[in-house]
Design a protein around this ligand. Sequence first.
Ligand SMILES: Cc1cc2nc3c(=O)[nH]c(=O)nc-3n(C[C@H](O)[C@H](O)[C@H](O)COP(=O)(O)OP(=O)(O)OC[C@H]3O[C@@H](n4cnc5c(N)ncnc54)[C@H](O)[C@@H]3O)c2cc1C
Length: 342
Amino acid sequence: MTKAKDVWVVAEHSADKIEDVTLEMIGEGRRLAQKLDQQTCVVLIGYQKPPPLQLLSSHGVDRLYLVDDPLLADYTTDAYASVLISLIKQQLPSIILFGATANGSVLASTISARMQIGLLSGCTALNINDAGILEATRPLYEDKIYSTAVFQASTFPRIATIKPGAIGVGKAELSGQTQVEEVHPHITAEDIRTKVIGYTQADPRTLDLAEADIIVAGGHGASTMSNWHLVEELADALGGAIAGSRMAMDDGWVTREQLIGQSGKTVKPALYVALGISGASQHTEGMKESERVIVINKERGAAVFKLANLSILADLTEVLPALIAKLGELRRSATDSENDSS
Ligand SMILES: Cc1cc2nc3c(=O)[nH]c(=O)nc-3n(C[C@H](O)[C@H](O)[C@H](O)COP(=O)(O)OP(=O)(O)OC[C@H]3O[C@@H](n4cnc5c(N)ncnc54)[C@H](O)[C@@H]3O)c2cc1C
């Protein structure tokens, strides 16, 4: 009988915001914890991060391990892995979830290697099987097939990384209380071999779609008529990331990484602009949770209009150049008035 208990989620945060992937993992982790009759815990590492206790409790987090230290102000694998390994040894969780993000993937694999424990990476769903063991669904071969992998019965803790956007954020509707446990790490500056000297704003065009606030997606209506540059220009004007439908991918304008839908990514940006996309269910599956949707399509009956907050029934080739020019004008006058007032 193992002494390992509780399902942990290692929080991802930027500035003062908890990333959505953390909330997705909490939802999935809570489901697993309930099945195992264990607690759902979050580990928040950083420096002077106000713990978002209300948010965590409304998502059903039982316990927060708050690790606060000036040496943890910036993410470094050395410091974060060292803190986590000593906390894991002390508390013996049964399952630990990380985001399958740049930092989460490195951290999870470092801990797996140093502690010689198993890791399942890039999972899209988790389950406790009839034998009480964690099993994970993982897409393979560019998402063409899904595999189910299971941990060996005797290894603990079990580590998995979760693809952002794969599970979706659950509703914040619970009313429990999150207990806070402050953790005082034993790290020194000499333990950290890297030094963060600054951050550079990512190019929105190449931003991971799961993290983009604005997405401009083109479909067959944009990709067939050598008009794709209009999709790119609109994305630039709005500061958005570029995505596409399956037809746009087949036409060679977007990569599989930029494909939205059943065989691609699930996104929920603040704004999704659908250009020349018909609205097949396999596509809308991946974007229907977007906060606002603008649709431009020349066919009145296009199904995608059903999801639109703003519908523009028009030919892309007519409306996009005017829209891009107007956005450029607005940007220039905003810059001029900023310059005048400084
Ligand atoms: C198992 C399976 C999985 C799939 N997975 C996905 C997936 O993950 N993602 C995905 O997107 N698809 C997926 N598909 C394909 C999906 O069924 C549709 O075929 C695809 O989404 C259609 O792409 P589209 O809307 O760009 O093209 P179309 O269906 O061809 O629609 C083009 C639209 O552009 C409009 N249009 C044309 N010219 C203009 C113009 N000049 N101005 C304005 N509007 C114009 C048309 O009115 C039309 O509505 C999958 C299919 C299967 C069977």
